[in-house]
Design a binder for this molecule. Sequence first.
Ligand code: NDP
Ligand code: PMR
Length: 399
Amino acid sequence: MALQTAALVPATFSVPKEGKCSASFKDSTFFGVSLSDNVKADFSSSALRCKREFNQRTGAVRAQTAATESPAATRSATDGKKTLRKGSVIITGASSGLGLATAKALAETGKWHVIMACRDFLKAERAAKSAGMSKENYTIMHLDLASLDSVRQFVDSYKQSGRPLDVLVCNAAVYQPTAKEPSFTAEGFELSVGTNHLGHFLLSRLLLEDLKQSDYPSKRLIIVGSITGNTNTLAGNVPPKANLGDLRGLAGGLNGLNSSTMIDGGEFDGAKAYKDSKVCNMLTMQEFHRRFHEETGITFASLYPGCIATTGLFREHIPLFRLLFPPFQKYITKGFVSEEEAGKRLAQVVSEPSLTKSGVYWSWNKNSASFENQLSEEASDEEKARKIWELSEKLVGLA
Ligand code: NDP
Ligand code: PMR
């Protein structure tokens, strides 16, 4: 039976005819769409994927067994049993939402030391405490991704700490759906792409060598993506749609002076800038995979953790949206996941031996089983990924 969004749409929302996606969500208009097709599109090949995943899983478990011979595992002098040292994982934006839930899930296992890379130290400390994380399982370090100096300082401090780096999770993000005017990072890049993409791009590039040096059985670089950047889904077709165009705005530095603030060179649109930044995140992960997986053995991955409709990501949206979005996702799209569940999903991508395949964009089906998802045409465009890599290198001062 097709579920209609109209069922939950309040009188103040206009509901254009089915299939027409012309409404602007800057104005917080919802539109009526039959969701049955989307559910099919998202999960139709899940049985096939499950089978493929099982095959990979068995292979990956074998690889993991062999890899425990690595120096990260030491034999106990008393009982001769092998123990793996604690893994070190950096999570950006771990002061709330998905980042915090992932930090908690990993810390609770006792197998991970979580470096919470956050722009607000006190907020992070309070968040860790209220999540019940015990002190020996985490360290908070200052990182403001909207400043490339801060990124460089963070990397220097991390290197000086002498800690190994086994997994890096690029999770932090800003979303400005109601902004009428653009805002900018310290270096003058439009804030969403500057923070979500360029800040993480520099961070990952500067820490790649440390990941490469890790003797942990499985080292990983994870960049959080999203369904809304993928136009092969219903969610990705809600206007404004992600579209990087010919990258002319990115080439011009996204500063609004001698170039547009938008990657495609268009008018500023905060919601689109966020979705564009997520496409950059997913393309960057794949470009890392092509350039470095074979040489370094690092697993590069991205994911869509589900719709975590209660997080701080929507803090700048209008109050009515924040009120209706969770029930809309829970009861209409059924795409809702709790922060706790989403945290467990990302924690799997960090640590599960079955998820070592590189270059993959993970998603979860309604039974919460992971599968390799398809990216949209643009989010898997190799040529665009290479160009974004090269332009981003210039913008962050690496080339
Ligand atoms: P939250 O707003 O709860 O978390 C975002 C985190 O990023 C916060 O900790 C925030 O810090 C941090 N952050 C923002 N700007 C900076 C900065 N300049 N420097 C350092 N940290 C910064 O949102 P979510 O947990 O929902 O988002 C986490 C990730 O999940 C994002 O990548 C998002 O795109 C992705 N995602 C979310 C979905 C959802 O439905 N919520 C769906 C799909 C993907 P502070 O606490 O100080 O504000
Ligand atoms: Mg979307 C299965 C359908 C589905 C899913 C999984 C999402 C996820 N959304 C779906 C459908 C719809 N959404 C439909 C039919 C509408 C029109 C009523 C709709 C609207 C909508 C808005 C206005 N959705 C949104 C917004 C936001 O402002 C969120 C956004 O785009 O943030 C960038 C959002 C989201 N919907 C999602 C997810 C996961 C989001 C959060 C976005 C993200 O982090 O990428």
